[in-house]
Design a protein around this ligand. Structure first.
Ligand code: GLU
Length: 383
């Protein structure tokens, strides 16, 4: 398969895994970083805006502090991130400067992309960096993010950043050259997949085990990143990054998996809704409600069969079809306690139950994004 040259994209976000930048014994892998900076400079010279999402703070800090391979306590990895991040950002700044490029460090926490006001603020800052022709070098703020409120992986963080910035391509540089029909380490028969038109449940299953602490940064989080990216109109490439000039290598035709962007991407406010990482609750709805959602209507309480989760009005909820597959996401108009009380009721009955004049929709269509085409029966379609 021949891919479009990278120079034909407008705004590319590149996520770089820790192992590419840091060697556990010798520390920073300078020659690799130099070649990466050279590639960024080439693209930038061709008029492409490049955003870098760089991992490696904890790994580098661990080496600098001589902590070896032992498991770190939370405060130790936070301290390691602090030590590593300053060195990492310095190295990026030096290497990009050798090619005449300015750079700016951006450290984000989960709240910076999940809360609407902070999301807009982070976007304005990164946008301004790009206007100043400075390459944003982004990482999670690991020194302050605690385990409950962190991304924990830069795959999804990079997807959030790419879509927040309206990028047209996300590249995940990794230790695996792309997607296989099964994890190749476990299954030697696994076949390589060069092109993914859409992340269907079948594609999802190829990542192997469900998301867990251990699969962080593995294929699972890469496919999650792919869903966030492609739904918002950002294509994605997964490729092996462990070679010099890894971006030029993509143009030279080295092996990678290309994920097509959705032909009907969600935009603006809806991109933010669709990319929310953890819905606060779930609403299981009936087939009639699914038909209504697909034709662009709001979700009414009458179609809701089951409510779960402890959410407040305005939180993101996942809307599931009768088969349990996610059909849409949206901002819910009721707190969980009221949602439970009015689920299944007709609009006329709701005022009596709640004691006040209700909003007619459980999730208004303006606050709702259909996640994937599904038929009213709940079956996923291939289109
Ligand atoms: N933010 C982490 C770091 O810089 C890396 C997360 C990841 O590897 O995905 O060390």
């Amino acid at each position: 398969m021949t891919l479009r040259p990278l120079s034909s994209y407008r705004r590319i976000t590149v996520k770089i895994g820790s192992a590419l930048l840091v060697d556990r014994t010798s520390g920073l892998r300078r020659p690799w970083l130099s070649s990466m900076a050279e590639d960024v400079a080439i693209l930038s010279g061709q008029g492409v805006e490049v955003l870098v999402v760089s991992s490696g703070a904890i790994a580098l800090g661990r080496t600098i502090l001589g902590l070896g391979r032992r498991v770190l306590k939370l405060e130790e990895s936070q301290a390691a991130a602090a030590v590593g991040q300053i060195a990492l950002a310095g190295a990026w700044s030096d290497e990009l400067a050798r090619h005449g490029l300015k750079s700016g460090q951006v450290l984000v926490t989960l709240g910076d992309t999940e809360e609407r006001r902070r999301y807009l603020n982070a976007r304005a800052t990164i946008d301004t960096l790009l206007k100043f022709k400075a390459v944003p070098v982004i990482n999670e703020n690991d020194t302050v993010a605690t385990s409950e409120i962190r991304y924990g992986d830069n795959d999804r963080l990079a997807a959030r950043v790419a879509t927040m910035m309206g990028g047209d391509l996300l590249i995940l540089l990794s230790d695996i050259d792309g997607l296989y029909t099964a994890p190749p380490a476990q299954n030697p028969e696994a076949k390589f997949i060069p092109l993914v038109e859409r992340i269907t449940p079948e594609i999802d299953a190829m990542a192997g085990a469900a998301a867990s602490e251990l699969s962080r940064g593995g294929m699972r989080t890469k496919l999650d990143a792919g869903k966030i990216a492609t739904a918002a109109g950002t294509a994605m490439i997964i490729t092996q990054g462990d070679r010099l000039n890894p971006l030029s290598a993509i143009d030279r035709g080295e092996r990678c998996t290309f994920f097509k962007a959705s032909a009907n991407p969600v935009r603006g406010y809806k991109t933010w809704i669709a990319g929310q990482l953890e819905p606060a609750g779930r609403l299981v709805v009936d087939a009639g409600a699914i038909t209504a959602l697909l034709s662009g209507k709001s979700l009414l309480p009458a179609g809701v069969k089951l409510v779960s989760g402890d959410f407040s009005r305005g939180d993101t909820v996942a809307i599931l079809g009768p088969d349990g597959a996610e059909a849409a996401r949206g901002l819910v108009a009721y707190d969980a306690t009221d949602a439970v009380r009015i689920a299944g009721l007709k609009t006329t009955e709701i005022a009596r139950v709640l004691g006040y004049e209700p909003r007619s929709a459980m999730v208004h269509r303006d606050d709702l994004v259909v996640s994937r085409p599904i038929q009213p029966s709940g079956e996923a379609t291939q289109s």
